[in-house]
Design a protein around this ligand. Structure first.
Ligand code: DAH
Length: 338
């Protein structure tokens, strides 16, 4: 029995040296100290020993047990220290890595262009006005001298919310809303989002316009030309020329479309201007007397002019974009260039 104990001790100690993790250690503990373990078996066998042998073997058994217990404890400690070290290594942060640069955002080219346009008109004394994007057809059409059966209503591919409520197709309704609340003189510039069922290289279903309106006693068409020419020169440079072409809008009479000399070929004719030398930029005209009647202004006493232009159109000329839809692709490679 003495020998058996010695053997248990030697074997246990040698098995302990190859333990690499807590699970293996636990299995080994069960092998020796468990209910059916080898040490336990020896202890149980003590009853069968003679009186003389019992104290000797008992003492030895206790010694072996406490020696092994201590050895087990030691291995437990080593394992837990190892585990902690490994965790620290796994969780460690390399503080020498270069940091990620924060990406600086900036204004979208449409916003940059709108800002510049408003800045120019503010410089000429225009005040900023706004209105709702979900608009009553009265403001979008009727009060702009475009009654329900007017053929001009077909000119616009309108997105209807209900029979009477539309997504505004232009910023012109802001004219009506402003004049309803203010007496002349009026000098406003109204930027905003507008909607039409339209999609091709020069149209997107959501786009932006800037509307201008100036109303006072004895406002003339030549003042309209002066204001727009000043805008064009500040926006596109002093070499830029401008021309008016007769056109029709229900809310202005006379009406015109306004072109600028092509910013690419300066009038010689190229692909950008389809060989004409001119680029269309806006619609304008003298406010129709009927529009004044809708807002209870007296057309015998006052006159005015109005104009409206697409911000995407201005941006595409300013930046030379062949397809305005790139403004809505949200491709950072494109947006970062502005
Ligand atoms: N509302 C017109 C459009 O969306 C643009 C326009 C033309 C506005 C003439 C005006 C104007 O104020 O006088 O096409």
């Amino acid at each position: 029995m003495q020998e058996q104990l010695k053997q248990i001790e030697t074997e246990a100690l040698s098995e302990l040296t190859i333990i690499t993790n807590p699970r293996e250690l636990e299995l080994l503990r069960i092998k020796y100290f468990g209910r059916k373990g080898r040490i336990t078996a020896v202890m149980k066998g003590m009853g069968r020993l003679s009186k003389e042998e019992r104290p000797i073997i008992g003492k030895l058994a206790n010694e072996v047990r406490s020696k092994l217990t201590e050895a087990f404890n030691q291995v437990t400690q080593v394992l837990s220290r190892q585990e902690q070290e490994q965790r620290l290594i796994a969780e460690s942060v390399d503080i020498t890595l270069p940091s990620r640069r924060p990406q600086l955002g900036k204004k979208h080219p449409i916003t940059q262009t709108a800002d510049r346009m408003l800045e120019i008109f503010r410089g000429m004394g225009f005040q900023i006005a706004t209105g709702p994007e979900v608009e009553h057809e009265y403001y979008n059409f009727d009060a702009l001298n475009t009654p329900a059966d007017h053929p001009a209503r077909d000119l616009q591919d309108t997105l209807y919310i209900t029979d009477e409520i539309v997504l505004r197709t232009h910023t012109s309704p802001v004219q009506i809303r402003f004049m309803e609340k203010h007496k002349p003189p009026v000098r406003i510039i109204a930027p905003g989002t507008v909607y039409r069922r339209d999609y091709d290289v020069s149209h997107t279903p959501t786009f932006h316009q800037v509307e201008g309106l100036l109303v006072d006693h004895r406002v003339t068409f030549s003042e309209l030309k002066g204001v727009l020419f000043s805008f064009v020169q500040q926006m596109f440079g002093e070499q830029t020329r401008m021309r008016f072409r007769p056109h029709f809008f229900p809310f202005t009479e006379p009406s015109a479309e306004v072109d600028i000399s092509c910013t690419v070929c300066h009038g010689k004719g190229c692909r950008t201007c389809s060989g004409t030398g001119w680029l269309e930029i806006l619609g304008a005209g003298s406010v129709h007397p009927n529009v004044f009647r809708y807002v209870n202004y007296n057309p015998e006493e006052i006159t005015g002019f109005a104009f409206g232009m697409g911000i995407e159109r201005i941006a595409s000329i300013r930046y030379g974009l062949p397809d305005i839809r790139v403004l809505y692709d949200n491709d950072l490679r494109f947006l970062k260039q502005f």
